[in-house]
Design a protein around this ligand. Sequence first.
Ligand code: GLP
Length: 286
Amino acid sequence: MDVIIQSAGAGRAAQAVADFIAQALTDKPNLVLGLATGSTMESVYEQLVRKHQKEGLDFSRCRTFNLDEYVGLPAEDPCSYHDFMRQRLFDKVNIDPRNTHLPDGMASDLNAECARYERLIAASGGIDLQVLGIGLNGHIGFNEPSSAFESRTRVQLLSQVTLDQNAPFFPKPKRVPRTAITMGVGTILEARRCLLLAIGPEKANIVAQAIEGPLTRMVTASALQLHSSCTFVLDGPAAAQLQKSGSYQHGIPGQSARTSLLSPVGTQLSSSASPRASLRSSPDTP
Ligand code: GLP
């Protein structure tokens, strides 16, 4: 796992992630891109939209798979992740809506929908680059504490920490759905490259646990330690509780994060390492 600390600020950290996605898309126009929601991602999407408008970044052949969606919210609901993605990214770039995928939280058979989503990812050749945020309880996607590292796309009951964290996005806190469909930890670990962005002091403690703590199902982001090609991009406050911050990469203001800090995209996208093999060989895996 690589860790990059962008002390120049949250905007710079988001820019590093947007730069990396843009480079990956340029190198592989039919990129299979895993996307995340949450406030952390908003500035990443703003920058991608700007790159499309000002620099002609082309999404026409890109295929996307979002991590998760609430159960019980129609795609048209302004609180749904479908709507979040349309408003922040899909409606503002030249992506073909038919190439954008999120789980259907309104499916009559939710388990069948989860299986369909897994099949769709596999049929697309697997995810090249998975972008991630992190929940206050260390979740990735909606993989709440105690999720198995081998878990697949499934219905997940949301924890109180997550309900509280996401309540501000709903007009009434009681409207926050109690369940969601999420890619599993195992699904995420199969992406060829993972890129997690965390900003702000409220993430500092859980980020330190995910990066420097033990592998544990209680902090599902710690599973990323098993991935052979995963980078955490942090702003200074989010990195504040790391004990070994001297051994991580630090961003230099004014220098392109893409070229200077993140390892070359081409090799990452073609090297489909097998995190599942790592999982099997790790004696610490719960
Ligand atoms: C939701 C999403 C997660 C995301 C998290 C972070 O819970 N399901 O994928 O990582 O939000 O939210 P924020 O960026 O608002 O802190």
